[in-house]
Design a protein around this ligand. Structure first.
Ligand SMILES: [Zn+2]
Length: 440
C-alpha cells in the first residue's frame, strides 16, 4: 500500500514536482514535520473497504468547486502545517483503479459492461471533468501556500492517439451474401445498389469498410502539425465467428496484406480483444499470438471489442499476456473521463491494492458513443463537436493525452451520418490548438 500511496502523490503533483513529495504526508502526522498533510478518511479501513459503505453518497461535498469523494471539504493551517481534510488519495484511488466497478458488480449491461450512466462520476455530474487533475492542482496550490516552488503543467498534449478498432476489413464474404444486400437495396430503393457485388470482386476498391488508405492520408496530413501523434489499429485475433465477433484473421492473406500496409504507414498494431475472449480470458493470449505471427509484430497494446472490459481484475490476464498499455478506458454509453484522469496512469489492482505494470490510457471518445440512440443519441453534428472539443480543451489544459476511437467503416466519406466529417473537424480543431500554441 505504501508504494500505491507514493505513486498517487507523484501522480497528483506531477513528474515536474516529484522532489516535493517529501513535504506531503498522508495519514496523521503526529510530529507535524510535513508542510502539507492529507488527512486520511476511513475508506481503507477493513470493515469499510470493498463494502457498499465505501461508496460515496450524493450530493458530494465540494472544495473550491471540486467534488470530493471522501473526507471533509476544508483546508486549515495549524502550527504552520497545511491540513487538507479532503481525502484526495482515497478519492483518486477510487477513480483510477476502477474500484467502483468491483464494489458494484450488480451494475452491468447486457454485454457485462459497467454502465457509464450508473457511475458515480456521471451521477455526480463530473464525468466530463478530469477531476483527478483538479485534485492535483489543489494539492499543488497547498504546496505553494506552504512556500514551496511548484510548477504547473504547461497546456498542451503529451500525446495524441488516433485509434481504430478493426471489427471488419471487408463487408461481404461472397457473392451470395452480396446479392442478398443488392436485393434488399433494390426493394428499399437505396443508393449504391450494385456496390456489394463490386466489393466482392475488388474489396480494396469498392468495400465501404476498407477505408485504410483514406485514414492514412488524413492522419499523415494531421501529423504535419503534431509531433506527438500515433495511429494505432486494434486487430481481432479470434477464429470463431459469433454474433459479436468476426473471424477475419482466418483469411490470412488479406489480414497479412492489411497489416503490412499499416506497418508501412508507420502505424502501430494492437490486439482488439474479442467478445468471446473477454468472457473466457484464457483465449486472449492465443489471439495475441495469431496477430503476432501474421503481422510479424510484437503486441503490447490492447483494447476490448465493444469496450467490454468487464471486471477490473481481468487486467491481470492482460499483464500475464505481455500487454503494457490498454486503451479501453471509456464508457460505451457516455463520453468522458471513466477513470477520472486524462493522463496515462498505472493500474492499481483494487483487490490486492498493488501497483501494476499496466498503463491505462484514458479514451476520450468513441464515435458511436455520440450518435447511437441508446448511448448519447446526439443527432446534431454541432452538438457532438462541442461534446468532443469540450473534452479536448480540458485535456489540453492539463497536458493530458487524447485517444480518439473511430472505427474504419466510420471513416468512409460516403456515409450518411456525421462520423466522417466530425473526425475531420475534430482533427482540425486539435491542429488549430497546436498551431496557436506554436505562434504564442
Ligand atoms: Zn470492436
Amino acid at each position: 500500500m505504501k508504494k500505491v500511496i507514493e505513486y498517487i502523490v507523484y501522480f497528483l503533483i506531477g513528474e515536474q514536482n516529484k522532489s516535493l513529495a517529501e513535504y506531503i504526508y498522508y495519514g496523521i502526522d503526529k510530529e507535524k514535520k510535513h508542510s502539507v498533510l492529507i488527512e486520511k478518511s476511513d475508506f481503507f479501513n477493513k470493515d469499510i473497504y470493498m463494502t457498499l459503505k465505501s461508496v460515496p453518497q450524493l450530493p458530494l461535498k465540494e472544495i473550491n468547486g471540486i467534488p470530493i469523494l471522501f473526507g471533509e471539504p476544508r483546508i486549515t493551517k495549524e502550527n504552520g502545517q497545511i491540513i487538507i481534510h479532503a481525502d484526495l488519495i482515497a478519492s483518486t484511488f477510487f477513480l483510477i483503479s476502477r474500484y467502483e466497478e468491483c464494489v458494484r458488480r450488480d451494475v452491468r449491461d447486457e454485454h457485462g459492461r459497467f454502465i457509464g450512466k450508473e457511475s458515480l462520476p456521471y451521477k455526480a455530474g463530473f464525468l466530463n471533468r478530469p477531476i483527478v487533475e483538479e485534485y492535483g492542482a489543489l494539492l499543488r496550490q497547498c504546496l505553494r501556500d506552504a512556500g514551496l516552488d511548484v510548477k504547473e503543467p504547461q497546456p498542451g498534449f503529451s500525446h495524441i492517439y488516433l485509434t481504430h478498432d478493426v471489427d471488419q476489413i471487408w463487408t461481404w464474404n461472397n457473392y451470395y451474401r452480396a446479392l442478398r444486400t443488392v436485393i434488399k437495396r433494390i426493394i428499399k430503393n437505396e443508393r449504391n445498389k450494385l456496390q456489394p457485388v463490386k466489393a466482392v470482386y475488388d474489396f480494396k476498391k469498392y468495400d465501404p469498410a476498407y477505408t485504410f488508405p483514406e485514414i492514412v492520408k488524413i492522419e499523415d496530413n494531421f501529423k504535419k502539425t503534431c509531433e506527438v501523434c500515433s495511429s494505432v489499429y486494434f486487430i481481432m485475433g479470434c477464429t470463431k465467428k459469433t454474433a459479436y465477433d468476426l473471424n477475419y484473421i482466418l483469411n490470412k492473406e488479406r489480414t497479412e496484406q492489411l497489416l503490412s500496409f499499416l506497418k508501412l504507414s508507420g502505424a502501430e498494431i494492437g490486439v482488439h480483444t474479442s467478445y468471446q475472449a473477454a468472457q473466457q480470458m484464457n483465449e486472449f493470449s492465443d489471439e495475441i499470438k495469431r496477430i503476432e505471427n501474421i503481422g510479424k509484430v510484437k503486441i503490447t497494446k490492447s483494447r476490448n471489442h465493444f469496450l467490454a472490459s468487464r471486471e477490473p481484475e481481468d487486467f491481470r490476464y492482460y499483464i500475464d499476456a505481455g500487454i503494457k498499455d490498454d486503451y479501453t478506458m471509456g464508457y460505451a454509453d457516455v463520453a468522458g473521463f471513466r477513470i477520472g484522469t486524462c493522463r496515462p496512469v498505472r493500474w492499481i489492482d483494487p483487490i490486492t491494492r498493488e501497483l501494476t505494470s499496466l498503463t491505462l490510457h484514458p479514451m476520450t471518445t468513441m464515435e458511436c458513443t455520440l450518435d447511437t440512440p441508446k448511448y448519447m443519441g446526439i443527432s446534431d453534428e454541432n452538438k457532438a463537436f462541442t461534446t468532443v472539443t469540450d473534452l479536448v480543451d480540458r485535456i489540453y489544459r492539463y497536458y493530458g493525452e487524447i485517444t480518439l476511437l473511430w472505427h474504419n467503416d466510420s471513416l468512409n466519406r460516403n456515409r450518411k451520418d456525421y462520423r466522417y466529417s466530425l473526425y475531420i473537424k475534430t482533427l482540425r480543431y486539435i491542429s488549430n490548438l497546436l498551431l496557436c500554441k506554436t505562434e504564442k
